[in-house]
Ligand binder design. Structure first.
Ligand code: PLP
Length: 397
């Protein structure tokens, strides 16, 4: 799955370019940097690949979430619909801009469902922060329609599904703004890094200024720049951008291998009628970082998970996981923060200790995933396939 498995000479070469000039800052120093612009080049290649007009690289994916929300004008008291199964980062981002995360149900795509979103809408809802989880996509046609119907801003977090498409269009390009992460565990890694993409010039202008203390980035003299807005420091360094750029150029190779390995594993699991697969609205666009599947009931799911673990073919059973699923987010339930959160000043906020999502719980308790490794050789994969078949025969008959 993660790009860290393919670290090599390409990454080293890009980093050396930067070390030779010593210009680690992504802006200015036009002379001394001798034409080396890693963040800018990464932005150009990333936006071209996604078929969008603008890309802003930043320090990490959480920053990309925050920048995206801020750049579309989400702020104090606005409600943002979020998924209960994803990662805490998008939820932290919503709190950080002073807005209110409102949890909605997922469906078998494992992403927010169109019905779930619609049921969570209130007069204060401003946006949907849709996460395309672990390789694959939400029901895009229906979700775009719900957002249009209710005049909601769609923000897409495609951090775990870089390279995924729906009907030929890249995930992250359906909404007003899309975000990505290049942390160490993602499809490609920059060590740390994130991206914000958009076709909206105003959103882009706000994004690059907000992510750098409001600097307008006009001219080659940082001291002479204007600051139209307040912002923050979410800058990416040239060193990180250099690694990200080399990794990004391997994306097609990564996707091809993931899709090949995922298809082989899927074939093995398909022989068992008790197993159903995660709903992938456009199978051709699955970036295939994982293979998600469901069992008919929780007890069987747990038995499969345990037997697979014992056999050395681990599956991820997210229902019990403490950082990807709301069930174990005790910090969220208690609103435990380092400081008084803006939501604590508001009326009408959800009781985070008592979020009821029965459909999501049902799906999550029956679902598990095999994570696809880029570093598997075909021989190793053959061994995993054999072991998987053996374990499933024992448990499922
Ligand atoms: C990884 C991830 C993030 C956060 O990215 P970082 O670079 O680790 O800050 C945000 N959203 C989702 C859905 C992620 O998977």
């Amino acid at each position: 799955m993660p790009g860290m498995e393919l670290f090599g000479d390409e990454e080293r070469r890009e980093v050396m370019d930067v070390l030779e000039t010593g210009i680690l800052f992504r802006y200015n120093f036009d002379g001394p940097r001798k034409g080396i612009w890693k963040a800018r080049t990464f932005e150009e290649e990333f936006s071209k690949y996604h078929g969008v007009d603008y890309c802003h690289m930043c320090s990490n994916g959480t920053a990309a979430d925050i920048i995206s929300l801020a750049s579309v004008g989400i702020g104090a008291g606005d409600e943002v619909i979020v998924p209960p199964y994803s990662f805490i980062a998008p939820i932290e981002a919503v709190f950080t801009v002073g807005a209110v995360p409102v949890f909605a149900e997922i469906d078998e795509t494992l992403c927010l469902s169109p019905e779930g979103i619609e049921a969570a809408i209130t007069p204060r809802t401003k946006a949907v922060l849709l996460v395309h989880l672990f390789g694959s996509m939400a029901k895009m046609d229906e979700i775009v329609r719900v957002c249009e119907k209710h005049n909601l801003i769609l923000v897409e977090d495609a951090a775990p599904a870089l390279g995924g498409t729906y009907r030929g269009k890249h995930l992250g390009t359906f909404g007003k703004v899309g975000c990505f992460s290049f942390d160490f565990f993602k499809v490609i890694t920059a060590g740390e890094g994130g991206a914000v993409i958009t076709n909206d010039r105003d959103v882009y202008e706000t994004a690059h200024m907000f992510g750098d203390h409001g600097h307008d980035h006009i001219g080659d003299n940082r001291g002479a720049e204007q600051h139209p807005i307040l912002g923050f420091n979410f800058r990416i360094s040239e060193l990180h951008a250099a690694v990200g750029l080399a990794q990004f150029r391997k994306l097609d190779l990564i996707l091809a291998r993931q899709r090949d390995y995922q298809a082989q594993l899927k074939e093995v699991l398909s022989a068992f009628p008790q197993i159903t697969f995660r709903d992938v609205p456009d199978p051709a666009g699955d970036s295939a970082t994982t293979l998600g599947f469901l069992l008919p009931d929780t007890q069987t799911a747990v038995r499969v998970h345990e037997a697979m673990g014992k056999a050395g073919v681990g599956t991820a059973y997210w229902y019990n996981n403490n950082f990807h699923y709301i069930r174990n987010w005790e910090h969220l339930k208690g609103l435990k923060s380092a400081y008084k959160l803006p939501v604590e000043l508001l009326d009408n906020v959800p009781d985070y200790a008592d979020i009821q999502l029965p459909r999501t719980d049902d799906i999550m308790s029956r679902m598990q995933m095999i994570e696809i490794r880029l570093s598997w050789t075909q021989e190793e994969l053959d061994g995993i396939k054999e072991m998987t078949q053996k374990v499933l025969r024992e448990v499922l008959g």
